[in-house]
Design a protein around this ligand. Structure first.
Ligand code: SF4
Ligand code: SF4
Length: 401
C-alpha cells in the first residue's frame, strides 16, 4: 500500500509535492482489526494471519528471520489494551477551518453530525476552526490514552468495528499517528516530522482563509497577529458569549464561513499552499525530505552503542523489552541481548561484530544489525557535528513554536 493514498487528500497532495516517491505503509498498525485491542484467544491479528495467540497477546513472528534464530521479534500489545470502543481515538482533534468546511460538505451522517455538534456547542469554535475545549484539556491524561471511553473523540463512529467519521478531513496528528511502526524509531521520526509539516501547512492555510474572508479586526488581531500561546488561549476560551467579537460579520453564519474556507482552498495547488503557509512550513518540508531519505534507505550508523532499554519480562522465548515506544515492545533472545554491551560507541561495527563472534559464538548479520538500530536497541554515537546539527534542529523546532 502506498500511504499517500491513505492520507487525507490535502495532506497527500502536500506530501506528493515534497517527496518524489510514495511513502511506505505502516502495515503493523492494522486499524481495521486494531492491534492494540484485546482479541479473543486464538484469533490472530490481520497483520499476520499465521501468528499464534499467546498469553502475551497476539504475537507476530520476527519480521525478518535471521540466521541461528536470532531476531528482534515484533510484538502486539500485551496490555493494557486499548478499549475496543475507542481504539486510539481518546482525543479531541483541533480541526482547521477548511477541513471543518470539507467535513460539512460531506453527505449527512455521523461524521458530519459530529462536526455540527461541536460547532453548535459553541465552545472553542473560532474562524480558525475547532480547538480543544478547556473541559477536554482538564480531563485529558496522557497515561490513560486509548483507555477512557469518556474521552472518546466526537468523530469516532462505532459501526464497522470503529471508524473515523471525518477520515478524509482528519488533521495532521490523526493522519500521521500510528501505534506501531514497520521500521520502529526510524519510521516514527519520519511521521513526527511529517506531522509538524502538515500542522504548519494547516495553520498557515487556516490563517490565510481567515484573512481572505475577513471576519473583522478583532479576529485578525487575536487569531492571526497574536503569539501562538495567546492564539491558543483565545481559541479554546471562545464561547457563545465571546464569539460575536471573534466572528464579526460572520457571526451566526459559522457554517457558511467554514464551507467558504473549504471552497477557497480547493482550487489551490500544493505549491501555492506551500507558498501561502510561509517559511516555517517550507523549512519543515526540507526536514520531511531528510526524514524520508532516512526511512527509505537502510544505512546502519557506525560506530554504534547499546541504547538504554527497559526490561519488561524475562521469558523462555526471550527478553521482552521496551525501547523506542511503550506501545511497541520487542522481544529478543537473551543470548543476543547479552552481546549488545560490546557496542561501546568507540570501536567500528566490524570490530565489535568480530569480537561478539569470538566471545559469544554469535553472528549478527547486517540485516539484524539494522533491526537492532531501527527498534532502538542500538543507537548512533553523536559526533560533535551531530551535536551541532541536533542543536540547530532544536532551535528550528523552537522557532516553529
Ligand atoms: S493506529 Fe490506532 S486504530 Fe490503528 S491499529 Fe493502532 S491503535 Fe488501533
Ligand atoms: S478525528 Fe478520526 S482519527 Fe482522529 S481521533 Fe477522531 S475518530 Fe480518531
Amino acid at each position: 500500500m502506498n500511504w499517500t493514498s491513505a492520507l487525507p487528500p490535502h495532506h497527500a497532495a502536500w506530501l506528493g509535492l515534497v517527496l518524489e516517491s510514495g511513502v511506505p505503509g505502516e502495515a503493523r498498525a492494522a486499524c481495521d482489526d486494531c492491534v492494540m485491542c484485546e482479541r479473543p484467544a486464538g484469533r490472530a491479528g490481520r497483520a499476520d494471519s499465521s501468528s499464534v495467540a499467546t498469553r502475551t497477546g497476539n504475537r507476530l513472528p520476527e519480521s525478518e528471520p535471521h540466521e541461528g534464530g536470532l531476531a528482534v521479534r515484533l510484538l502486539e500489545t500485551s496490555g493494557p489494551f486499548f478499549g475496543a470502543e475507542t481504539k486510539c481515538c481518546t482525543y479531541l482533534p483541533e480541526i482547521a477551518n477548511f477541513l471543518v468546511g470539507g467535513a460539512l460538505k460531506q453527505p449527512d451522517g455521523p461524521g458530519r453530525q459530529g462536526v455540527l455538534g461541536r460547532i453548535e456547542a459553541g465552545i472553542a469554535v473560532t474562524p480558525l476552526g475547532l480547538a480543544k475545549t478547556p473541559e477536554f484539556k482538564a480531563r485529558y491524561e496522557a497515561h490513560t490514552f486509548g483507555l477512557k471511553s469518556s474521552l472518546r473523540c466526537p468523530h469516532y463512529v462505532e459501526s464497522d468495528g470503529g471508524t473515523c467519521g471525518i477520515w478524509m478531513q482528519r488533521n495532521a496528528i490523526c493522519a500521521t499517528w500510528f501505534c506501531k511502526f514497520d521500521r520502529g524509531n526510524v519510521s516514527k521520526r519520519f511521521w513526527a516530522t511529517t506531522s509538524r509539516f502538515f500542522k504548519l501547512m494547516e495553520q498557515g492555510l487556516a490563517r490565510w482563509c481567515l484573512t481572505q474572508l475577513d471576519p473583522g479586526a478583532s479576529a485578525v488581531e487575536r487569531l492571526v497577529h497574536a503569539s501562538d500561546a495567546d492564539r491558543d488561549r483565545a481559541a479554546s476560551d471562545a464561547t457563545r458569549d465571546t464569539s460575536s467579537e471573534l466572528w464579526g460579520r460572520w457571526f451566526s453564519r459559522e457554517l457558511e464561513f467554514f464551507v467558504a474556507c473549504a471552497d477557497l482552498v480547493a482550487p489551490l495547488s500544493p505549491a501555492q499552499v506551500l507558498a501561502l503557509a510561509g517559511p516555517q512550513a517550507q523549512l519543515a518540508a526540507g526536514l520531511v525530505r531528510d526524514a524520508f531519505a532516512e526511512v527509505s534507505t537502510r544505512k546502519v550508523p557506525d560506530p554504534l552503542r547499546a541504547a538504554e532499554v527497559k526490561v519488561l519480562a524475562r521469558e523462555p522465548e526471550g527478553v521482552r523489552i521496551e525501547t523506542y515506544s511503550p506501545l511497541d515492545p520487542v522481544e529478543v533472545p537473551a543470548a543476543l541481548l547479552d552481546t549488545l554491551s560490546e557496542f561501546d560507541g568507540q570501536r567500528a561495527n566490524a570490530e565489535v561484530l568480530s569480537a561478539i563472534r569470538t566471545r559469544f559464538g554469535i553472528d549478527i548479520s547486517e540485516a539484524l544489525l539494522g533491526d537492532l538500530v531501527d527498534f532502538g536497541l542500538l543507537e548512533a554515537v553523536r559526533t560533535p557535528q551531530d551535536a551541532v546539527a541536533a542543536a540547530l534542529a532544536a532551535i528550528r523546532a523552537q522557532l516553529r513554536g
